[in-house]
Design a protein around this ligand. Sequence first.
Ligand code: NAG
Ligand code: NAG
Length: 196
Amino acid sequence: MAGPMNRTRQPRPTTKKCIAASLLAIVVVVVIIIIVWLALRPAKLHVSVDHAAVSRLNFTSGGSLDGTFDVTLRVYNRNKRAAVSYHSLEVGVWYEDVYLAGAVVPGFYQPPLNETRIDVAAPFVAEALPRGVEADVKRDRTSGVLPVEVHVRAKARFRYGMVKTRRYTVRASCQPVVVVFASPSSFDRVYCHVHI
Ligand SMILES: *[C@@H]1O[C@H](CO)[C@@H](O)[C@H](O)[C@H]1NC(C)=O
Ligand SMILES: *[C@@H]1O[C@H](CO)[C@@H](O)[C@H](O)[C@H]1NC(C)=O
């Protein structure tokens, strides 16, 4: 008997149903993207400079600096659910708008509500400083206080369970970071302005 066979056969999906299903899928994807986007706020990452010191500073005959600028960064992922994976971090030290020292440190994975400290040893740039800047660095070293700005730039993805976001550029500006030569161990934490 052919009757029952015909009754159980599924009707072929119509073009209308296909379109409706596709639209629904698009809506679901858009809603997920919006939820992820809303959950991602720049304020959810905190960056601070917990310590900064110049471990060695020499002026070369060529007018450049020799030595290392040491920075300890603290990165706090305030997100309750999102983990962050940083690709790599570029750390730059600026003085009177001149790039003084810098280093690239390896990226890391940061679980939600995790705090990570990163020690960065940034060598001073090898190029000669502009004449006025060299004189100002010398003056500041003599007076014992060197005010700089520390800028951090990192590419990062946020992960909500299985969902990974695109790569964001996280920027942190920390200023003024003041190095006191006489007391290298003491330092007042500087909170950075974070922009994602
Ligand atoms: C400066 O360089 C000289 C020789 O390169 C070294 O002996 C000296 O310790 C350096 N000074 C500082 C403060 O690091
Ligand atoms: C933060 O995460 C890193 C890497 O997963 C881990 O080594 C470290 O202990 C964590 N720190 C805290 C305070 O939980």
